[in-house]
Design a protein around this ligand. Structure first.
Ligand SMILES: NC(=O)c1ccc[n+]([C@@H]2O[C@H](COP(=O)([O-])OP(=O)(O)OC[C@H]3O[C@@H](n4cnc5c(N)ncnc54)[C@H](O)[C@@H]3O)[C@@H](O)[C@H]2O)c1
Length: 250
C-alpha cells in the first residue's frame, strides 16, 4: 500500500520542476494523479510514461489563471474519478527580474494573478468537490516569509499572500474536514534557479546565505508535498513548512 493509495490528486504546473517530480512520487505512492499544466505536451508525455510503467496518471491542460478552465478540469475529474481528495497548487513563477524604477502595474498584476489569484481559483473551484479528510497544499516560497533581493517586486507580496490565503482557507474549511497547508521552498534546483549555475553576483549572494551551502533538490520538496497530501499530516492545517537549507533560520 502506498502512502496515497487510490487518492485522487490534482496538481498544477506539473510539466516541469517540482510539479513533475511530485507527480512521479504521488503516482509511485499509489495515487490517481491528474497532472495539469499550461504546457499540455509536457504533462501528456509525463503521464504516458507513468501509465506505461503501470501507474495511474492522466494529463489535462489547465491555465491556472482561467476560472473557466478550472471549472472544466474539475468537472472532467469528477466525471472520471467521482471525487477529488488532494489539490496541490504548485504552478507559479517569479516573473522576470524587475526594478522598482521600471516595474509597471501591468507586470505587477500579472505576477499576482499567476501566483495568488490562481490558488484562490483552485481552492474555490475544487473544495466543493472534496469530502472530509481531503487536503490542499499551496506552494509559497521563502519569499513569502522574507524579502529577497533581485526578484520581481510582486514576487514576495504574492508569495506572502499565498501564506495567508492558506491560513484563511484552513480556518474556514476545517469545518468540512478539509486541511490546507503551505510549503515555503528556498532555492531549489529547477528551471527557475538556472541563474545559480552561472557565475553571478546573485548566485554568490544566495549561496552565501544558505547554511547548508547547496540548492535543494526537487525531491526534497516533493517529499514534503507527499507528507501534507497524505493522512500522515492529519492534525495539521494552516501550517507552513519551510524547506530551505536554513536560509531563513538566521
Ligand atoms: N525553484 C525554486 O527555487 C522555488 C523556490 C520557492 C518557491 N518556488 C515555487 O514552487 C512552485 C514550482 O516551482 P518550480 O521551480 O518547480 O517551477 P518550474 O518553473 O520548473 O515549473 C513551473 C510550471 O508551471 C507552469 N505554468 C506556468 N504558468 C502557468 C499557468 N498560467 N497555468 C498553469 N501552469 C503554468 C509551467 O508551464 C511549468 O511547467 C512555484 O509556485 C514556485 O514559485 C520555487
Amino acid at each position: 500500500m502506498g502512502r496515497l493509495q487510490d487518492k485522487v490528486i490534482i496538481i498544477t504546473g506539473a510539466g516541469s520542476g517540482m510539479g513533475a517530480v511530485a507527480t512521479r512520487l504521488f503516482a509511485a505512492e499509489g495515487a490517481q494523479v491528474v497532472a495539469t499544466d499550461i504546457q499540455e505536451e509536457a504533462v501528456t508525455a509525463l503521464c504516458a510514461e507513468l501509465s506505461q510503467g503501470g501507474l495511474q496518471a492522466t494529463a489535462m491542460k489547465l491555465d491556472v489563471t482561467s476560472e473557466s478552465q478550472w471549472q472544466e478540469v474539475a468537472g472532467n475529474i469528477m466525471q472520471l474519478h467521482g471525487r477529488i481528495d488532494v489539490l496541490v497548487n504548485n504552478a507559479g513563477l517569479p516573473g522576470a527580474p524587475e526594478s522598482w524604477e521600471t516595474v509597471t502595474l501591468e507586470s505587477f498584476n500579472k505576477v499576482v494573478n499567476l501566483n495568488l489569484n490562481s490558488q484562490f481559483l483552485g481552492i474555490k473551484t475544487v473544495s466543493p468537490h472534496m469530502a472530509a479528510g481531503s487536503s490542499i497544499v499551496n506552494l509559497s516560497s521563502i519569499a513569502g516569509l522574507v524579502a529577497l533581493p533581485e526578484v520581481h517586486p510582486a514576487y514576495s507580496p504574492s508569495k506572502g499572500a499565498n501564506r495567508l490565503l492558506t491560513k484563511s482557507a484552513a480556518a474556514s474549511l476545517a469545518e468540512q474536514g478539509i486541511r490546507v497547508n503551505s510549503i515555503h521552498p528556498g532555492l531549489i534546483s529547477t528551471p527557475q534557479t538556472e541563474f545559480m549555475n552561472t557565475e553571478s553576483a546573485a548566485a554568490d549572494y544566495f549561496l552565501g546565505h544558505i547554511p547548508m551551502k547547496r540548492l535543494g533538490r526537487p525531491e526534497e520538496v516533493a517529499n514534503v508535498m507527499l507528507f501534507l497530501a497524505s493522512d500522515d499530516s492529519s492534525y495539521m492545517t494552516g501550517s507552513e513548512l519551510i524547506v530551505d537549507g536554513g536560509y531563513t533560520a538566521k
